[in-house]
Design a protein around this ligand. Sequence first.
Ligand SMILES: [Cu+2]
Length: 466
Amino acid sequence: MPGWLAGALALCACAPAPGLSSLDEVPEILAAIDVDPAPGTVEVELRLEPSDLEILEGATTPGLTYRDLSAAERHLLPGPVIEVEVGQTLSVWLTNGLPDQETTLHFHGMRTPADLDGNPLIRSGIDPGRTMLHRFVVQDPGLYWFHPHLFSDEHVELGLQGLVVARAPDEPRAARERIFVLDDVDLLPDGSMAIVPSHQDHHLGRHGPTVIVNGRAPGRVRAIAGATERWRFVNTANGRHFALSLGGRTFEVIALDGPPLAEPVSTDLLDIAPGERRDVLVHLGGAPGSAFWLETLAVPRGDRSGSWEHAALVRVDLEAGSPGPVVQAGDFARTLERLPTTGVATRRVVLETDLHDRDAPVMTINGATWPFGDPLEARLGDVEIWEVENTSELRHPFHVHGTFFQVVDRDGVPEPFVAWRDTMPIAPLETVRIALRYDAPGRWMFHCQIPEHAHMGMMGDLVVRE
Ligand SMILES: [Cu+2]
């Protein structure tokens, strides 16, 4: 467990927030409708458009959503969730319904061709009123999310957060699966979202005191006592870190960002940085009629301004019923190829921030702001180590496009287990070594996942040649 999480545990009183006695159900995320009946393909038609959201009951919050043109319901923050199998061809049509801004679509974590990765330097943005098809074969199981890679600091905050669940054909099924999309917003008295960044938003990402789960204020779920459920989490917040706790119950971790672990890992604390996902089994032991809470514990922000606050997220109300078939976390484990960490080239990637000019903070990778740095050059199929050094006093979740990576060590301390990831938090003044293989040709971005930091320059390019 990282030291800062141990500190968070010690600090947290862990009592559910007051005022939640009458709770709405946590909304389910709408499944996208597949308009192509052919086996082997999934095709969805989305329109990015302004939409009135209801984050707090009875209040209207203007936002942006990806509306599924085939669905009757319109409320889609977050969503929709596209369900697909590995090996299927996924086609996503996206129409830009904004009046005056371009957009692009990035499938965070998915191995797509480079020209479908949402990089506005490869393929110009989708103009207002235009439609673009994104068609590719799904390669890896896992939970992924899609969002724009233009104006992402505002547009992701306003609600552009879609999901993809990709399953392996032989994957076991838990009796019940749930997805929890974790975010936060700063709501003004009129219900609208504060979107003009404060000085602190530049450091921490746009954030606010209202923590939301599946687009709504914290609520409850009903579950069968004694069942084992599969829960998937994604942190879509611009800057907030979550440290999830079930008050002593255990998360059996199946996967982090992508394909499953070789062996499940048990933990009672699940830390999730912006952009990251976690895939877990939870055993819901307890008497029918009892309840327990999923909470996020306090997490130091890393900028000396205190902590991301402790918050109650979901109350789990246990009911009597048949718990359904039993699954074990080990049933999901799969062979995981371990990338070599010796005898391969090492690169340095240095994340720096210069906050001295209050009005114009600068954030760089290897001394340059994007897109002005020299791209890293690499050869298709090569494995390399990246030594990613965070010289700043801010936390940076580091995201690489186009491939997964494996964390080797942090400040020289070996990572306790091997996992495929596409995003990882780097603590202030920490150096993390990752191993990655260049899986696909083309020009790929890597960057801090806090979009405000990326917009200030903390992005780089990697060119993979055949
Ligand atoms: Cu950052």
